[in-house]
Design a protein around this ligand. Structure first.
Ligand SMILES: Nc1ccn([C@@H]2O[C@H](COP(=O)(O)OP(=O)(O)OP(=O)(O)O)[C@@H](O)[C@H]2O)c(=O)n1
Ligand SMILES: O=P(O)(O)OC[C@@H](O)[C@@H](O)[C@@H](O)CO
Length: 237
């Protein structure tokens, strides 16, 4: 059966680490355009998506729609709905919307991506779709360039894992949506509490998640210094 494929742009956060009370960081500008617009543009040009669902904080829904109307000429396939209380609740809002409006089955694929990673490439998106169809789930990663140090007490090192087996997670993270939703629904509150991404939902239950090669330029804009880094990357493109 043909896959229904949805792009899920995660923009439901407040950007507290950016320290910018005026607006959440996804609405800040780089290269004279809001970060979220750069990211949406990367998904709009990819023909595989049946729809692109953008999830923003409730208070920023109309602003998001205004930006899309202003910057994205053909925005008929873009839907804007509210995000959730956590990053994974935002993903579950997207899956619920898909189920209610398009139907949800084992062939429904979602490509979830941080709205604040505007330098995602066509290749990463394409390989995410392929891997999600073939393997059911995938994570976009880059090999760790620094040695990873673990400290349980935040004072002394408790372990230094073998760097050759270490990666840094990025996004997109892509899935068969129904399976992700069903496994997430079975997690305890304690299990949900420790999650910082979506792939761990599956990893906690021993499910396989395939690796897709990311890129060092696929940065997540988190702190003020990342804005300068993003402008530099923009300048290089
Ligand atoms: N409830 C949430 C929380 C985060 N995100 C999105 O997930 C991505 C990665 O999260 P992060 O960089 O942590 O964004 P924020 O949560 O906004 O940042 P902070 O933790 O500094 O508040 C962002 O695009 C953010 O908008 C989301 O869709 N819904
Ligand atoms: O919400 P946070 O920014 O703290 O973390 C999000 C990250 O975990 C996410 O962007 C990928 O790195 C997942 O591997």
């Amino acid at each position: 059966m043909a896959n229904n494929i949805f792009g899920i742009i995660l923009a439901g956060g407040q950007g507290t680490r950016m320290g910018n009370a005026e607006r959440p960081k996804q609405f800040m500008e780089i290269g004279r355009k809001p970060i979220i617009v750069h990211t949406i543009e990367k998904f709009v040009i990819h023909s595989a998506f049946d729809r692109i669902i953008v999830l923003s904080p409730k208070a920023w829904i109309s602003h998001t729609k205004d930006l899309i109307r202003k910057y994205i000429p053909d925005h008929s396939d873009i839907i804007v709905i509210p995000g959730g209380s956590t990053r994974n609740e935002t993903i579950m809002n997207a899956i619920r919307y898909i189920e209610e409006n398009f139907g949800l089955d084992d062939d429904t694929i979602i490509v979830t991506h941080d709205s604040v990673r505007p330098f995602v490439s066509h290749r990463m998106i394409e390989e995410n779709i392929q891997a999600a169809v073939e393997y059911g789930a995938c994570d976009t990663v880059i090999p760790a360039s620094d040695t990873i140090v673990e400290s349980q007490d935040h004072k002394f090192i408790s372990s230094i894992p073998d760097r050759s087996a270490m990666y840094q997670g990025q996004t997109p993270q892509s899935f068969r949506a129904k399976k992700l939703r069903d496994i997430y629904a079975g997690l305890s509150s304690a299990e949900k509490e420790i999650l910082t991404d979506a792939c761990k939902i599956l990893v906690l239950k021993g499910e396989k998640v395939h690796l897709v090669e990311g890129d060092v330029t696929n940065i997540k804009i988190t702190y003020p210094s990342d804005i300068r880094m993003a402008e530099a990357i923009m300048g290089g493109k």
